[in-house]
Design a protein around this ligand. Structure first.
Ligand code: ATP
Ligand code: MG
Length: 505
C-alpha cells in the first residue's frame, strides 16, 4: 500500500461556460427541492451547482433519478443551513437534505482524482439495503425527518443569522491524506477542493457538467456537452488509471451504455475485458448495489446484453455468465430475457420491482443445471430444489453480497413451484396467503410461457385469484381428492424410474 499523497492532476484550464440562452436545461424540469437547496446555499454566500447525472439527463430530455448538488460549503456548514439534514459517509462526508420521499445529496467540492460517494457504503444506507422488497417500506430506516420542509421559518432565521460562511472547529477533517492499494485503487481521500479539482474525480465527461444556480449557466471542463450531443461515453483522464482507482467504473460504463444507449469511446471500452478481474477486489455489498442499479432501473435487458458483450457478467455473476455461454439460445435464456423485460416494464410504469424475482430469473439457469446434475432419483425431491438454490446463491455470494432476505426469497419461490404445478385441494388456497405467492406465481407464468410448466395450470391459478371466496373453494374442491380439470390434465409428475425431467427446470 502506498500512502503518499498523489499529484493534483487538474490542469489549469478554465471551463467552457455555456450561458442559459445556449442550453436546454430549464428550471421547470428541476426538482423544486433541489432548487430550494441551491437557492439557500447561494443566499448564504456559497457556490452551488447541480452536478452529475441530473445535468446529463436534463440535457438529454430525461427525468433525472435524483439531483446531486456540489458546493464550496463544508459538510458542517451545509448541516447548519438545513434543519432536515444529516451527514453521512464514513470516510467521505456528504450532506443529505431530506424532503419527505426525496433526498438531495450535497457534496463539498473535493480534490482531484478522489472517488465519489459510491466508493463506500453510507452509514445510513448500507449497500443492498436500499433496494426494498415489494411492499416493504425501507424509508423509515433512512429518513428521520418530520415531513417535507418548505422553508420553515426557524430554519430561515437560522440561515440568516448563523455564521454559515465561517469555518468552525471540527469542520475540516485533519486526516486529509490519500492512500492507494497495490492495484492503484483509492482507499481513502478526505481532501476538500475547489470546483476545478472536483471535476477531475468524476468518471465520465457526460457526468461532469455543473449547472450554476448563480446565473443558470452550465460549466463544462471536459467536453461533456459535446459528448452528450454525440451520445458518447468517455472517461475523464487515462482509462486504465481511472478503472484501477475504482473498478466499479467498469460497471458504471456498462450501465450508462445500457441506460443511455451511448456509444463507448474506443479508449474507454478497450481496458474493460482486460481489467474486469479487478472487480474481485471491490466489496461484494457494493457490487450487489451496482447489480441492482443495472437490473432494476428499467434497462435490464440491455444491461444483460452489454455486460455479456463487454465480458463483465463473468466478473459479476460468473455462474450466470457460464450458463448462458454454454446454452446459447436456450429456453432458460429466453425465460431470463422475458423476466427482465417484465421487470423493465414494471419499473418504467413506476411499479415496485423485486430483487428476489430478479435473482430468481438470473439464477434460474445455474439452479436448473445443478438439479439436472443430480441423480434423477432426487429430481422430484423438494430438498433437491432447496440444495440447488443454496448452491447457486452461494456461488453468486462469492462475488456479490446478496442480503439474506433475498436469498431466502429465491429459495421460497423455487420451493413453491411443485406446489403450484400440482395444486392439491384446499391446500392450494393456503398458498394464496403465502407472502411469496405473487413472486412464485409470476415465476410459474414465466415457466409456462416456455413450456417449462403447464400453461393450463398457470391459467388455473390466474382464475383462482380472480374468483370470489366461494368460487375459490369450489375450484379447490374440484381438485380433491383427485385432481380434476386443468390441473389433472397437466399432471405430468412421473414417479420413480420413469421420470425424465426434473421438478423445476
Ligand atoms: P444515475 O442516473 O444512476 O443517478 P449518476 O451519473 O447520477 O447516474 P450517481 O451514482 O448518482 O450517478 O453519481 C452522481 C455523480 O457522481 C456521477 O454523475 C459522477 O459525476 C460521480 N460519480 C459517481 N460514482 C462515481 C465513481 N465511481 N467514480 C467517479 N465519479 C463518480
Ligand atoms: Mg444520480
Amino acid at each position: 500500500m502506498n500512502s503518499s499523497p498523489v499529484r493534483q492532476t487538474a490542469p489549469p484550464v478554465p471551463p467552457r461556460i455555456i450561458p442559459r440562452a445556449e442550453h436546454t436545461v430549464s428550471r421547470s424540469h428541476i426538482s423544486p427541492n433541489a432548487l430550494r437547496v441551491l437557492y439557500r446555499l447561494r443566499d448564504a454566500g456559497f457556490k452551488a451547482f447541480l452536478v452529475g447525472g441530473c445535468v446529463r439527463d436534463l440535457l438529454l430530455g430525461l427525468d433525472p433519478k435524483d439531483f446531486d448538488v456540489a458546493t464550496d460549503a463544508l459538510p458542517e456548514q451545509v448541516k447548519r443551513l438545513f434543519r432536515n439534514c444529516r451527514l453521512v459517509g464514513r470516510r467521505f462526508r456528504l450532506a443529505h437534505v431530506f424532503f419527505g420521499q426525496e433526498t438531495i445529496e450535497v457534496a463539498t467540492f473535493r480534490a482531484a482524482t478522489a472517488p465519489s460517494q459510491g466508493e463506500e457504503p453510507l452509514e445510513a444506507e448500507e449497500a443492498g439495503e436500499s433496494a426494498g422488497e415489494e411492499g416493504e417500506g425501507e424509508e423509515g430506516e433512512i429518513l428521520d425527518l418530520g415531513g417535507p420542509v418548505t422553508e420553515p421559518r426557524a430554519a430561515r432565521a437560522e440561515a440568516a443569522h448563523a455564521p454559515v460562511g465561517a469555518i468552525q472547529e471540527g469542520d475540516l477533517d485533519p486526516d486529509a491524506v490519500r492512500m492507494f492499494d497495490e492495484t492503484g485503487r483509492i482507499l481513502r481521500d478526505n481532501v476538500y477542493g475547489t470546483i476545478d479539482n472536483d471535476v477531475w474525480r468524476r468518471d465520465f465527461t457526460a457526468n461532469a457538467l455543473y449547472y450554476n444556480v448563480a446565473d443558470f449557466s452550465i460549466w463544462d471542463y471536459v467536453g461533456g456537452a459535446e459528448d452528450i450531443a454525440a451520445r458518447r461515453l468517455r472517461l475523464i483522464g487515462d482509462p486504465e488509471t481511472r478503472y484501477r482507482e475504482d473498478p466499479v467504473r467498469m460497471l458504471r460504463a456498462a450501465r450508462f451504455e445500457a441506460k443511455l444507449g451511448f456509444e463507448l469511446d474506443a479508449q474507454t471500452a478497450e481496458p474493460l475485458e482486460r481489467l474486469r478481474d479487478l472487480l474481485g477486489g471491490v466489496p461484494p455489498a457494493r457490487l450487489f448495489d451496482e447489480m441492482l442499479k443495472l437490473f432494476l432501473a428499467g434497462h435490464a435487458v440491455r444491461s444483460l446484453d452489454v455486460l455479456r458483450r463487454r465480458g463483465l457478467l463473468a466478473a459479476l455473476m460468473p455462474n450466470v455468465d457460464a450458463y448462458l455461454a454454454a446454452h446459447p439460445g436456450s429456453l432458460v435464456e429466453k425465460l431470463l430475457r422475458k423476466g427482465l423485460a417484465s421487470t423493465d416494464a414494471r419499473s418504467l410504469a413506476g411499479r415496485p420491482v423485486s430483487p428476489t424475482f430478479l435473482l430468481a430469473v438470473l439464477l434460474y439457469g445455474p439452479i436448473a443445471q445443478i438439479i439436472e446434475a443430480m441423480p434423477s432419483s432426487r429430481w422430484h425431491e423438494l430438498s433437491a430444489i432447496l440444495d440447488a438454490c443454496d448452491q447457486a446463491v452461494r456461488e453468486a455470494q462469492a462475488h456479490i453480497a446478496i442480503p439474506r432476505r433475498f436469498a431466502l426469497g429465491v429459495r421460497e419461490m423455487f420451493a413453491m413451484q411443485p406446489r403450484l404445478q400440482y395444486p392439491r385441494g384446499r391446500r392450494a388456497l393456503r398458498l394464496l396467503a403465502h407472502p411469496r405467492f405473487r413472486a412464485g406465481y409470476d415465476l410459474l407464468l414465466l415457466r409456462a410461457d416456455f413450456g417449462l410448466a403447464s400453461a393450463e395450470t398457470a391459467r388455473w391459478w390466474t382464475q383462482l385469484q380472480e374468483a370470489s371466496g366461494q368460487d375459490r373453494e369450489q375450484m379447490a374442491d374440484s381438485l380433491a381428492p383427485e385432481r380434476s380439470g386443468a390441473a389433472r390434465k397437466s399432471r405430468r409428475r412421473p414417479r420413480g424410474r420413469g421420470r425424465r425431467t426434473p421438478n423445476v427446470p
